[in-house]
Design a protein around this ligand. Sequence first.
Ligand code: NAD
Length: 241
Amino acid sequence: MRLNNKIAIVTGAAAGIGAAAARRFAREGAVVYGGDLAYTEPGTDSEGVRTRPLDVSLLDDWARLAEEILTEHGGVDVLVNNAGVVGSYDSVTDVEIDHWHEIIAVNQHGVFYGMRSAIPLMRRRGSGSIVNISSIWGLVGAAGVAAYQASKGAVTLMTKNAAVTYAPEGIRVNSIHPGLITTPMTDAQDPAISQALVDTTPLGRAGRAEEVANAVLFLASDEASYITGAQLVVDGGFTTP
Ligand code: NAD
């Protein structure tokens, strides 16, 4: 029970990495609020995750969730900003302007709104752990993919900014940088892109959502009590050479 009695929020909890993390958290003793666009009304899933409608790009949605958790628990211990969209692989000169704004709204503003909503609730506890899901594409360049890289690069530095800002209040903030992970997101992309990534990944395969959830769990838990501002790469060695 590595998260016993902790109150946690996991965004993008209906599928992929977020679903694996939310369910693992519940098995480790946390009270988990899983937010996702895919949930149309509040409920509870088979693992006990409290499922809540949430569009991370809407501040009003965050306010509603924060109010519910404040009323029920008086604070929050863990936030996992996982919800994200990859969108087009277009370059700076080709990307549609509306599409650019859409990707930034979810991947970058969503993380900002999440931290802005949860940190006041962590202050009430005098501690907290935030895990922001960036990407290998928030660390190194990939041709095209302009909007996604901009958003994930922002998440990398927003994490470090919050880490140094809120460390005096006992709030830790770290980022995770997955490589190719098999989820509905990557199932939807051109298989040739996934194969090219596998071919250049030293471990020679895609990762599983549960393998990222293990890393999220570690950073969320008190086992990582002296870790803040870190970039934890979970990529089978992709960014190593
Ligand atoms: P996924 O598409 O399989 O699942 C994402 C979930 O987020 C879905 O349930 C979706 O409904 C939800 N979501 C999307 N937009 C939302 C919004 N505005 N508000 C709330 N929920 C929203 O994705 P995944 O592969 O599990 O990716 C999870 C995170 O990991 C993303 O931030 C992604 O960028 C990042 N990531 C994934 C990979 C990979 O290879 N799968 C690699 C690096 C980083």
